[in-house]
Design a protein around this ligand. Structure first.
Ligand SMILES: Cc1cc2nc3c(=O)[nH]c(=O)nc-3n(C[C@H](O)[C@H](O)[C@H](O)COP(=O)(O)OP(=O)(O)OC[C@H]3O[C@@H](n4cnc5c(N)ncnc54)[C@H](O)[C@@H]3O)c2cc1C
Ligand code: FES
Length: 263
């Protein structure tokens, strides 16, 4: 159930350049959270600062995992948190990825940078169900790759500068491997807006099912402030507004590509 919780930092380790893995002890939600959901982190020493949203990257015993990148003032603050530091979170928030109803589908996860977070949780869930997904992860360079090996997926790494794996962006890498992945495929993507749009376009062109986890700058994260509204133009109904925090963050590919304010 969604509610405010006091929690403590169990671990906060650097895993790549400016990228950290944070473990928070939240025992009462570890069995109910679903891949795609996120939580709001509050900053008690700065009560006027809006909370910051982070995808749930997995569960581990009594803990929730977050993978975050230092991009501004609050994530920088987070990078100094030590074991035992107390914080407040609101969790769980948002919808979740839907599993494919077909039995023999190939699950393909496509992540750009820290977009890896919700897909790592999805990968864990699939693995527990006996499914080994194809996992494409792209970063600017070798130092910014959040993971470099994986026992729970067939991993495909790419770097923009060619310092590790395929040289080029993750969408190009996925396209280059498409022929070798058994059909039908169901794609799950999360990354920068440009990557999400490119994946959604590709999904439609190739007739592949696709779900994308979107990021928008959020204030409340609760559906109150309307700050994360996105104009969706569906193929089946008129254009309407959706809130990324409440109706998302996971959307179908065709909704993303037809989003009016993104064209
Ligand atoms: C549903 C959701 C899930 C997210 N999951 C993760 C995650 O798992 N790991 C992670 O590292 N980040 C994630 N983010 C982004 C994260 O919330 C922002 O990076 C964080 O709020 C930045 O805070 P800051 O104070 O350090 O930076 P700020 O000083 O607030 O901003 C620094 C820069 O980052 C941009 N930015 C801030 N918030 C967002 C946002 N929500 N989306 C895109 N750009 C933003 C700003 O425009 C600015 O350019 C997620 C965002 C959403 C909406
Ligand atoms: S962030 Fe306030 S409505 Fe979505």
């Amino acid at each position: 159930m969604r509610k405010f919780r006091e929690t403590g930092v169990v671990e906060n380790v650097k895993i790549a350049r400016d990228i950290y893995r944070l473990k928070l002890k939240i025992p009462d939600i570890v069995n109910s959270v679903e891949p795609g959901q996120f939580l709001n982190v509050y900053f008690q020493d700065s009560p006027k600062i809006f909370p910051r949203p982070f995808s749930i990257a997995g569960v581990d015993d009594n803990n929730i995992l977050i993978i975050y990148k230092v991009v501004g003032s609050q994530t920088e603050k987070m990078s100094y948190w030590q074991k035992g530091f107390k914080i407040k979170v609101l969790a769980p928030l948002g919808n979740s990825f839907e599993l494919d109803s077909e039995n023999d589908v190939s699950y393909v996860l496509v992540a750009g940078g820290v977009g890896v977070a919700p897909l790592m949780f999805l990968r864990d869930s699939l693995f527990l169900m006996g499914i080994t997904p194809h996992f494409f992860i792209g970063a600017k360079n070798i130092n910014e790759l959040p993971i470099a090996e994986d026992t729970k997926s067939k991993l495909y790494l790419s770097t923009d500068n060619g310092s590790l794996g395929f040289a080029g962006n993750v969408v190009k890498h996925f396209k280059s491997m498409l022929g070798s992945i058994p059909k039908p495929v169901s794609i799950y993507a999360c990354g920068p807006n440009q990557m999400n749009k490119a994946m959604a376009k590709l999904g439609i062109e190739q007739g592949m099912k696709l779900q994308v986890s979107l990021e928008r700058v959020m204030a409340c994260g609760l559906g109150i402030c309307q700050g994360c509204a996105m104009n969706i133009m569906s193929t089946t109904s008129d254009s309407h507004y959706s809130l990324v925090c409440k109706d998302g963050p996971v959307f179908k590919g065709e909704e993303i590509i037809l989003t009016a304010n993104e064209r």
